[in-house]
Design a protein around this ligand. Structure first.
Ligand code: PBG
Length: 329
């Protein structure tokens, strides 16, 4: 990027010349959104013919596997290249064992999508919070989350997603050492082509509120501060990213997106790896709610937010707005 100082500009410069018409503005635009940079999250549940809207996320649904396949097909035809799958299992237990059940919704959905729309990139969220009876991301000893025991479970979940045919597994738990352990287990079992998208800089955020309704994953007590990052820290985010890349992550994620544009920008600049940003549930619901009240223009603010995330340096944007934005583009 060339640097710009006002003294380097000729006095006759009039920056408004290039803002005069829509076509000129199109020509000089620095950041362009494309449907091919979006990943669309889906919530898979048990049953058949289920399409249940999430209260706090208008336009987002819990879908049974047959319905997920319909959406996967539609998404692909809209030019979106990837899906991110979350599961709502029938049974939860203290260990979150449905996370590695080959017959659970996510595993069945992966296989069904790969059969119906083979080219669509299927990414699976790897975490225990949707699967544990207590809603925590790991195995508990009293109220403490045990790191290494949790990693063993995450490895089982990631391997079962790879066995089902996932292209990319995306650990979102924020335990230490899980990327290396998952890479190792995948390679040992011959899944050398299964990529890892690490939720590397995942902050402990209030913006996940609506998701916890969508995924039925609210913690029964306490919060996620002992594993997710403090919103005040950025150098620590760079350490998280460095470690995950060392351990074998192929791509890294910053999450949420808008409140952390500075983090996205530094991660992209300092590491240069494929960088994803997750425009999370609360960021989506905020716009939806304000638009419903007539306080914001939804289409305009949606495009402005997504453009800003791309401008900060994200190569991939995971967003519940993927389909609406793709149609608009
Ligand atoms: C699971 C997970 C969460 C999100 C993605 N994966 C919830 C959490 O950490 O509590 C949030 C996504 C969103 O808000 O859209 N660990």
């Amino acid at each position: 990027m060339p640097s710009v100082t006002t003294t380097a500009l000729p006095l006759a410069t009039r920056l408004r010349r290039l803002r005069r018409t829509p076509a000129i503005r199109d020509l000089v635009r620095e950041t362009r959104l494309s449907p091919s940079m979006f990943v669309y999250p889906l919530f898979v549940c048990e049953g058949e013919g289920v399409r249940k809207e999430v209260g706090a996320m208008p336009g987002v649904f819990n879908l049974s596997v047959d319905e997920v396949v319909k959406d996967a097909d539609a998404v692909w035809r809209e030019g979106i290249k990837g899906l991110l799958l979350f599961g709502l299992p029938a049974h939860k237990d203290a260990d979150g064992s449905a996370a590695w059940d080959a017959q659970a919704p996510v595993q069945r959905a992966v296989a069904a999508i790969k059969r119906a729309v083979p080219e669509l990139v299927v990414i699976t969220d790897v975490c225990l919070c949707e699967y544990t009876s207590h809603g925590h991301c790991g195995v508990l000893d009293g109220e403490r989350i045990l790191n290494d025991e949790t990693v063993e479970h995450l490895v089982r979940a990631a391997v079962s997603h790879a066995e089902a045919g996932a292209d990319i597994v995306a650990p979102s738990d924020m335990m230490d050492g899980r990327i290396g352990a998952i890479r190792d287990a995948l390679d040992t079992r011959g899944f050398t082509d299964t990529a890892i998208l690490s939720y590397a800089a995942k902050y402990c955020s209030g913006f996940y509120g609506p998701f916890r309704e969508a995924a039925d994953s609210a913690p029964a007590f306490g919060d996620r501060r002992t594993h997710q990052m403090d919103p005040a820290n950025v150098l620590e985010a760079l350490r998280e990213v460095a470690l995950d890349l060392d351990e074998g992550a192929d791509m890294v994620m910053v999450k949420p997106a808008l409140p952390y544009l500075d983090v996205i920008s530094r991660v992209k600049r300092e590491f240069g790896y494929p960088t994803a940003a997750y425009h999370v549930s609360g960021e989506y619901s905020m716009i939806k709610a304000a638009a419903r009240l007539g306080w914001l223009d939804e289409e305009r603010t949606m495009m402005e937010c997504l453009t800003s995330i791309a401008r900060a340096g994200a190569d991939i944007i995971i967003t519940y707005y993927a389909r609406e934005a793709a149609r608009k583009i």
